[in-house]
Design a protein around this ligand. Structure first.
Ligand code: NBP
Length: 484
């Protein structure tokens, strides 16, 4: 068998099939393999008919078709199937060959797998692929990390099939070592949760606070999509609101209000907790899905605590403008927090992340693609070591321009009982981060009072710790083990 294939893709579900077709469109010869091998035949006889795509019915056959160094990409269910395939591949590949995992793997698994595969003399890439079915077919955002030596061998394929921004730059570049690619993809998904929640809160406010119909909101989102909020998620929201059911009424009104989740938002929050980085907006977005899932309890509580009148008084156009500004400001906070998280992770895991490059990778192809990400790229071009997005002149000015209406919207929502967890946590974070002095002095006093945890003083250098015998009955010994 002549080794003529550029890459193999294992996993012929929605993502794998579409990536293979995309690679084929760009002139690469791909060999397709799947655990259930009948799916290889189905694929070749249908979607891949008339293309240069090859099929393999065993891993040995697949490997024999590949040029060296062999590139094998897994597009299978995240978790155990990835480990199982790695083990099988190690039996048929050679040192210098490259295993790529393009699924939604947990970054810690990718760190472990990179070390393991490298220890066997092969190279490993764990890459985020975003954009769903359509992205995979027409151009996804691709976020690869792992063994740096593997990148030159994979770069021509990945950058060819990736989405492109207006000037032709691909939405794919090397993210960093180990699990960096999957970490950035995970953060992307967390930000996606945040963006979706913010849009849902804007919708809720317009629906219950302003009494607007889906058709009226469709017009609002259509207009929003022409300005600073121009993004894929605003665009699909515009289209969703216009969609009618078979009986001609808005379909959105008929959809049950309980949201699902697959876990990547939760992973982002768990990582932020471990890192001590306040990604409060993404956390609220995850919890909001959890609250939505408690439908039965909500129905009972709604009977127990009947809502009052939710309508906002005043001019509707002004309110719509205020909601738009609250959404924009909250979105800036969400990305500020997401970037804080990635910066902390880079430090913890010794990754060299290119923050502007990440914004560029998200600029096209993926679910959070937006005009806004171009501004983030510009901010990092202006100052590559920028440690807080809020301090960039563009975003500083943007927030200042929105803050009055942001407060107006959050306070009216609170008065009227419309939940806006993401809008309000963003505002609370903003007020926290711009507070030179927070009440944590009292908190430290409390900790020292009940647990002798010690505190630092404003009139002494940082790093000097003091303990007070608050009650006169305790000893003079400070705690080093009891932690609260
Ligand atoms: P799925 O996540 O549904 O996985 C299906 C593939 O996994 C099939 O090839 C299946 O083989 C294989 N597989 C399973 Br299931 N269990 C296996 C096992 N124990 N051993 C070996 N193979 C096994 O496919 P997908 O939706 O195309 O997603 C692929 C990856 O890309 C996932 O990690 C997903 O999270 C990620 N992703 C998906 C999207 C999306 O929009 N769907 C977007 C971005 C990333 P079989 O045919 O023999 O059952």
């Amino acid at each position: 068998m002549e080794p003529r294939a550029d890459i193999a893709v294992i996993g012929l579900a929605v993502m794998g099939q579409n990536l293979i077709l995309n690679m084929n469109d760009h002139g690469f010869t791909v060999v397709a393999y799947n655990r259930t091998t009948s799916k290889v035949d189905d694929f070749l006889a249908n979607e891949a008919k008339g293309t240069n795509i090859l099929g393999a019915r065993s891993l040995a056959e697949m490997v024999a078709l590949l040029k060296k160094p062999r590139r094998v990409m897994l597009m299978v269910k995240a978790g155990k199937p990835v480990d199982e395939f790695i083990e099988q591949l190690l039996g048929v590949l050679e040192p210098g060959d490259i295993i790529i995992d393009g699924g939604n793997s947990l970054f810690e698994d990718t760190i472990r797998r990179t070390q393991y595969v490298e220890s066997k003399g092969l190279l490993y890439i764990g890459t985020g692929v975003s954009g769903g079915e359509e992205g995979a077919r027409r151009g996804p955002s691709i976020m690869p990390g792992g063994s740096p030596a593997a990148w030159p061998h994979v770069k021509p394929i990945f950058q060819a099939i990736a989405a492109k921004v207006a000037d032709g730059t691909p939405c794919c570049d090397w993210v960093g070592e180990g699990g960096a690619g999957h970490y950035v993809k995970m953060t992307h998904n967390g930000i996606e949760y945040g963006d979706m929640q913010l849009i849902c809160e804007a919708y809720h406010l317009m629906k219950d606070g302003l009494g607007m119909t889906p058709d009226e909101m469709h017009e609002v989102f259509k207009e929003w999509n022409t300005g600073e909020l121009d993004s894929y998620l605003i665009e699909i929201t515009r289209d969703i609101l216009a969609k009618k059911d078979d009986d001609g009424t808005p379909l959105v009104d008929k959809i049950l209000d309980t949201a699902g989740q697959k876990g990547t938002g939760k992973w982002t929050v768990i990582s932020s907790q471990e890192m001590g980085i306040p990604i409060t907006l993404i956390a609220e977005a995850v919890y909001s899905r959890c609250v939505s899932a408690l439908k039965d309890q909500r129905v009972k509580a709604a009977k127990a605590f009947k809502p009052g009148k939710t309508r906002f008084a005043g001019d509707r156009r002004e309110w719509v403008h205020a909601i738009r500004q609250a959404l924009y400001a909250s979105k800036i906070i969400s990305y500020t927090q997401g970037y804080m998280l990635m910066r902390a992770a880079a430090q913890q895991y010794s990754w060299h992340l290119n923050y502007g490059g990440i914004a560029l990778m998200w600029r096209g192809g993926c679910i959070i693609r937006s005009v806004f990400l171009g501004e983030i790229k510009n901010a990092f071009d202006r100052k590559p070591k920028l440690d807080n997005l809020l301090l960039d002149p563009f975003f500083k000015k943007a927030i200042k321009g929105c803050v009055r209406n942001w407060r107006k919207v959050v306070s009216m929502a609170v008065r009227k009982g419309i939940p806006v967890p993401a809008f309000s946590t963003a505002l609370a974070f903003f007020d926290g981060i711009r507070s030179e002095r927070l009440p944590a002095n009292l908190l430290q006093a409390q900790r020292d009072y009940f647990g002798a945890h010690t505190y630092e003083r404003v009139d002494k250098p940082r790093g000097e710790f003091f303990h007070t015998n608050w009650t006169g009955t305790g000893g003079r010994v400070a705690s080093s083990t009891y932690t609260v």
